[in-house]
Design a protein around this ligand. Structure first.
Ligand code: FAD
Length: 384
């Protein structure tokens, strides 16, 4: 099992207190109103969370991926949407820290760590999600700027963020197409970038998921991440492991929250003269739920520990993401059933967990895509 340092313990205790005292009491109401959590974002800035995995030399906390996963799980026990605000931002920061020029890192990372600059990652387009290399957004060089044209879809932090990593084709004719993709750290302010709409969702509410329209948006040449064209696809892919560990950790947190509500309720609700937790059918549900959550958590830690050792973990991160997100969906539904009719009402949190759960099977690569990644890695590992 993971042995935590004193510092990690303290960090988790602080986050747990924040979630219990400040997040849980307001989460469901704000989520139902689809209200952006400005005050909680300010608190997350104070807690340093926008710099969680940004290296200390650039003003971040430089936490291990394992600690980060544990923090994400804790926050999701309160409200999963908050981790969406953090994750796109930190994924962008991670890519920048790995591939940015020194000038870009010095200029952007300290402000990102403080949450002054808050980032998003804009890959998906209306016609291209899983198949990223089919994007159509273009970036044409004109003097010392690139003019960006295209539409990005489903962009987390698209409205409230002020800087966005945009994948665009600097060479639309490149073969294979991914070789023509570059990544730009586009800062809002110049004309040509419009948040054309906010997308209404089943769950995962409160935070902005937006469509962005770029029309001759001038991205300075200095914003081309790494300073070299054609590296964007590889840069994005290098962040996938981190993104998948994060989404898997979110799934563990949401599932844990649903389970806790169910096991509490099962000891209070009586039918046929005894608490429902004494009916074997309910016990079987609780046992299955807890086992799936524990297995998911261990898969997350396995991937995160490997990442912390500096090793590739596509296989482990893919398995963690696949298993944890599918389990989360199953656990949320079972938890709702334990609560009977009340589980279907807004009087309990479990309906929110049930609506949040499917997102984890989609974001950072759908379950189908995870299976392809897992199979590809297995075939390589067991190649005869
Ligand atoms: C709430 C939310 C927030 C998001 N935030 C962001 C963000 O911040 N930035 C961003 O860039 N994107 C974001 N996305 C987009 C997300 O990453 C994509 O929705 C996801 O990658 C799937 O792409 P798609 O929706 O185009 O589905 P498609 O790629 O069209 O897939 C449709 C179906 O086909 C399956 N499929 C596709 N290809 C294959 C294959 N080869 N084999 C088997 N099955 C396949 C998929 O699994 C899925 O079931 C967000 C999405 C949502 C819903």
């Amino acid at each position: 099992m993971i042995i935590l340092s004193e510092e990690q313990q303290q960090m988790l205790t602080t986050i747990r207190r924040f979630v219990e005292r400040e997040v849980k009491p307001v989460a469901s109401d704000m989520e139902h109103r689809d209200e952006y959590p400005h005050a909680l974002v300010e608190r997350m800035k104070e807690l340093g969370l926008f710099g969680a995995i940004i290296p200390a030399e650039y003003g971040g906390m430089g936490l291990s991926f394992t600690t980060y996963a544990m923090i994400i799980e804790e926050i999701c026990r309160g409200w999963m949407s908050l981790t969406g605000i953090l994750n796109s931002h930190l994924l962008f920061a991670y890519i920048l820290a790995q591939h940015g020029t020194e000038e870009q890192k010095q200029r952007l990372l300290p402000a990102m760590a403080k949450g002054e600059k808050r980032g998003g990652l804009a890959l998906t387009e209306p016609h291209a999600g899983s198949d990223v290399q089919r994007i159509r957004t273009t970036a044409k060089k004109r003097g010392d700027v690139y003019l960006l044209n295209g539409t990005k879809m489903f962009i987390t932090n698209g409205r409230h963020g002020n800087i966005v990593a945009v994948a665009a084709k600097t060479d639309p004719t490149a073969e294979p197409p991914y070789k023509g993709i570059s990544l730009f750290a586009a800062e809002k302010g110049a004309p040509g970038l419009t948040v054309s709409r906010d997308i209404k969702k089943l769950g995962y509410k409160g935070l902005d998921t937006s469509e962005l329209a770029f029309e001759d948006f001038p991205a300075p040449a200095s914003s081309l991440i790494g300073g070299k064209e054609g590296e964007g696809f590889k840069q994005v892919m290098s962040g996938l492991e981190v993104g998948r560990i994060n989404v898997a950790a979110r799934a563990v947190g949401v599932a844990q929250a649903a389970f806790e509500e169910a096991i509490r309720y099962s000891q209070q609700r009586e039918t046929f003269g005894k608490p429902i937790c004494e009916h074997q059918a309910i016990q079987l549900k609780l046992a299955d739920m807890a086992t799936k959550i524990e297995a998911s958590r261990l898969l997350v830690y396995q991937a995160a520990v490997k990442k912390d050792r500096g090793e590739r973990c596509d296989l482990e991160a893919g398995m963690a993401k696949l298993f944890a997100s599918e389990s989360c969906q199953e656990v949320a539904l079972e938890a709702m059933r334990v609560l009977g009719g009340y589980g279907y009402t807004q009087e309990f949190h479990v309906e929110r967990f049930y609506r949040d759960a499917p997102l984890m099977t989609i974001g950072e690569g759908t379950s189908e895509i995870q299976k392809l990644v897992i199979a590809r890695n297995l075939l390589q590992k067991y190649k005869i």
